[in-house]
Design a protein around this ligand. Structure first.
Ligand code: UDP
Ligand code: MG
Length: 324
């Protein structure tokens, strides 16, 4: 019987840990699936880690790792994948917004031979209009830029161990998990699920952090904004040619173009276009800088009842911890 590892990133989720364990135990035991839970405590400031250890002492199938500080959900997912030992690995939120029942459905599809099973949101849960609109814009841009259909995707996925291995082997520090599983290929399929109401605690995303997240992911996944810069340059060039001819003709006909206002306007326009483009390029340079610094994705402070998969141990986890 193949073991399922469920990776659960948790950041200030003390209220949800035991509930998540209970719900998963009920569902997976009923479906007769052998499993382990891999909690990743993403530097919580509440008692999340204590809760995880408490659950682990009660049930040997529950283990976890703890970060030295908050490194973000992407890093938590990566660490969870590196420490999961099952033949098949699922990633889900520990606030139970991703229904455990869907895991069973995904597992059956994996047994049928699919290697990646993506969870697709049927609805977006209880979010306000502004957030819905802005996330739609973000996904439009991402879909257009990556050529993958990103709308309604989520981080709720199940994958074969070899898929996880290929994701873990990617060297980039800024990973966008959601898009990366589409990029690696393999035999994939989708399962749609209803986003549940969060039962306790609250969402970790502020509007500012979502905007930062969106920019980061667009930049880490595509270079389309850079092409916009060249396009903008091209348009500016064409406009300046037209303006040049116009002013030259006017000059030759004996009445020069109004001097000062035109000059100021053109200067300001070009100035802001150049600054904006530099900003875009600067953003990429910053990302490149971050990548070449080669800092570890996360730093572990504690590991509880998890060994890490023997294949990956020397390969990913230890290296990460040594900071290579
Ligand atoms: N999370 C995390 N690190 C963070 C932020 C969130 O590990 O820095 C986890 C969080 O504990 C939860 C999941 O990511 O299990 C989704 O977070 P949340 O429910 O706040 O997001 P939402 O469902 O509102 O999109
Ligand atoms: Mg949530």
């Amino acid at each position: 019987m193949s073991k399922l590892s469920v990776v659960l990133p948790a950041y200030n989720e003390e209220l949800m840990i035991s509930g998540a364990c209970r719900a998963l135990r009920n569902t997976l035991e009923e479906a007769d699936i052998v499993y382990e839970l891999v909690f990743v405590n993403d530097g919580s400031s509440d008692h999340t880690w204590e809760e995880i250890k408490k659950e682990g002492k009660r049930d040997s199938r529950v283990g976890g790792i703890s970060f030295s500080r908050n490194f973000g959900k992407e890093a938590a997912i990566y660490a969870g994948l590196a420490h999961a030992t099952g033949e098949v690995i699922a990633v889900m939120d520990c606030d139970l917004q991703h229904p455990p029942q869907t895991l069973v459905e995904m597992y059956r599809l994996w047994e049928e031979g699919f290697e990646i099973i993506e969870g697709k949101k049927k609805n977006r849960g209880a979010e306000n209009m502004l957030r819905k609109k802005s996330s739609r814009i973000f996904y439009r841009i991402m879909s257009g830029a990556t050529g993958l259909d990103m709308e309604n995707t989520s981080d709720f996925k199940m994958m074969d161990r070899k898929v996880a291995k290929s994701i873990l082997s990617m060297p980039e520090r800024n990973m966008f998990f959601r898009a990366t599983t589409g990029w690696v290929g393999f035999r994939s399929t989708e399962v749609s699920f209803e986003v549940q109401e969060r039962q306790a605690g609250r969402s970790k995303w502020s509007t500012a952090s979502l905007i930062r997240y969106a920019f980061q992911n667009i930049v880490s996944f595509t270079t389309v904004p850079l092409q916009f810069v060249s396009m903008g340059g091209g348009i500016c060039f064409v406009c300046s040619l037209i303006l040049m001819f116009y002013s030259l003709i006017q000059f030759l006909r004996g009445h020069a173009v109004e001097g000062y206002t035109t000059t100021i306007m053109v200067l300001l326009l070009i100035g802001s276009a150049v600054m904006l483009s530099l900003g875009v390029i600067g953003y990429y340079v910053a990302r490149i800088y971050e990548e070449v610094r080669h800092r570890p994705r996360y730093i572990l402070s504690e590991v509880f009842r998890l060994e890490g998969h023997p294949d990956w141990n020397g390969n990913v986890t230890e290296k990460e911890e040594r900071g290579e």
